[in-house]
Design a protein around this ligand. Sequence first.
Ligand code: FES
Length: 123
Amino acid sequence: MTNFTITLANQGGAAFDVDQRKPLLQSLREQGVDLPYGCKYGGCISCAAKMISGKVDQKAQRALNNRQINNGYIILCVARPMSDCTLEVGVESHDKLYRNPFLDPLAPHELKADIAIPLEAKK
Ligand code: FES
């Protein structure tokens, strides 16, 4: 059994010893950390946290797009640690999770080239 240390940067640097076989949400909640969550299977994004450093295995997640992953987000309910990690957790960490389309419009390569048009509109 391998354990890693998870440090919560936005909770006073509190550190927790976690089992690499368990999802981080489960390990942290078992140790009294109050975290938001919903589905617990990687689909709803409620439990997203920002990884400041470290490495996790989150192959089972279905909620994040590439932009969110590139901004450091992980899905705690399915992510298992692969090293010591430093995280920001809770809704305070969600500042870059959602995009405001008025402040940050999609780039041309992110637009769908073939958006369906209702038949009536084609006449
Ligand atoms: S609780 Fe739904 S994605 Fe983690």
